[in-house]
Design a protein. Structure first.
Length: 315
């Protein structure tokens, strides 16, 4: 960070903490991003703030943009690759400090964007509410899951989301999406992925289910994940999107890349769709491996893989 950037950031803290004094304890300086990414790689973020409300998020974006400080918004960091040089400016985390969950009438679950899917699924199950079992093993937040319409085992966020509250980061206005259709869900995308807007809270409609069946389904999905995915090693889940008509993992395996390695990064032996950090990989190793996999699969099959993982920071 240059002297000028350090001054900008310190002014940001002063201005922000004047409005939200409690936030001081949630601001980190030179924060290693390896602790905020399931890949366990990434250099330092100049500043990182875990926000506690939509008001804080809006104020942080306003003050930072007026000062010319770049911002990056994250949830649980389970779908990102952060550069070894880290992230300049301010990282805003919508996570554990904005994570309340409640049940409303008509089997509707309301969750703040930072709530973890695993926690929300268990919460739903504790009220005998079915429909979120598919999400119980996805290690992201509700906001991150809506952003990319996360899904697994035949279910996805589109099936359950009936409304959300978001923040328009350009106008700094809170808005509401009042039905599923206005979220413009598609395969691994949503309204939020195409706009400078962030999810603050989400409403999901579930249905009353049999508690034993809900638990059995969650256990079955967990067992299937454990047996087919390299959960014992840091990764960001499926590295690539599913190309139409193909499975990325199958194309990678058929291209002879299972176990292929760059430095400490490796195409998982257990599931070729996952790149894992098994020997102290750097982000550079992982990105080089992503590029190698893309080039090789394209050369052998003519299919261009597109990373599902968001590549962030200063490269
Ligand atoms: C072991 C493992 C298994 C996985 N299995 C699955 C799976 O089965 N299915 C699946 O779909 N994914 C899976 N994933 C990927 C990941 O968990 C999901 O993509 C998840 O939805 C990402 O949420 P996050 O909070 O971690 O987002 P992050 O990784 O923090 O961010 C990802 C993107 O979402 C944006 N974002 C985050 N929060 C918000 C918000 N509140 N508002 C707007 N944008 C936001 C960020 O800006 C960023 O662009 C897996 C990952 C791992 C590590």
């Amino acid at each position: 960070m240059s002297v000028m950037q350090a001054k900008q950031m310190s002014d940001f803290c002063t201005d922000f903490c004047r409005i939200f004094p409690d936030a001081k304890a949630r601001i980190r300086i030179d924060e290693p991003m390896s602790g905020h990414s399931t890949f366990k790689v990434g250099g330092k973020a100049d500043y990182l703030l875990s926000v506690a409300s939509g008001e804080e998020l809006a104020a942080a974006i306003k003050i930072a943009s007026e000062a010319g400080i770049p911002i990056t918004v994250l949830g649980n960091g389970s779908n990102i690759l952060v550069s070894d040089k880290g992230i300049r400016g301010l990282v805003l985390v919508i996570g554990k400090d904005m994570a309340s969950v409640s049940v409303e009438g008509d089997n509707i679950l309301k969750a703040e964007a930072g709530a973890l899917l695993s926690v929300v699924s268990k919460y739903a199950a504790s009220y005998d509410l079915a429909g979120m079992e598919f999400a119980s093993g996805i290690p992201g937040t509700v906001g991150g899951a809506v952003y990319m319409n996360a899904g697994a085992y035949g279910g996805c966020m589109e099936d359950i989301v009936i409304g959300s509250v978001g923040l328009d980061a350009d106008k700094l206005e809170v808005f509401e999406l009042k039905d599923t259709g206005s979220h413009k869900f598609g395969y691994r995308k949503s309204f939020f992925a195409g706009e400078n807007a962030f999810v603050l809270s989400v409403k999901m409609r579930l249905e009353i289910g049999d508690p034993d069946e809900i638990k059995a389904k969650m256990d079955e999905f967990t067992a299937r994940r454990r047996s087919s995915q390299p959960l014992e090693l840091p990764s960001a889940g499926s590295t690539f999107k599913r190309p139409e008509g193909f499975y990325a993992g199958r194309l990678i395996e058929d291209s002879g890349l299972k176990g292929y390695r760059v430095g400490g990064a490796c195409v998982s032996q257990k599931h070729a769709g996952f790149i894992v950090n098994d020997k102290g990989a750097t982000a550079t190793d992982i990105l080089a491996l992503i590029d190698h996999v893309k080039d090789t699969v394209y050369g052998r099959t003519g299919v261009m893989l597109e990373p599902e993982v968001r590549i962030l920071g200063e490269w």
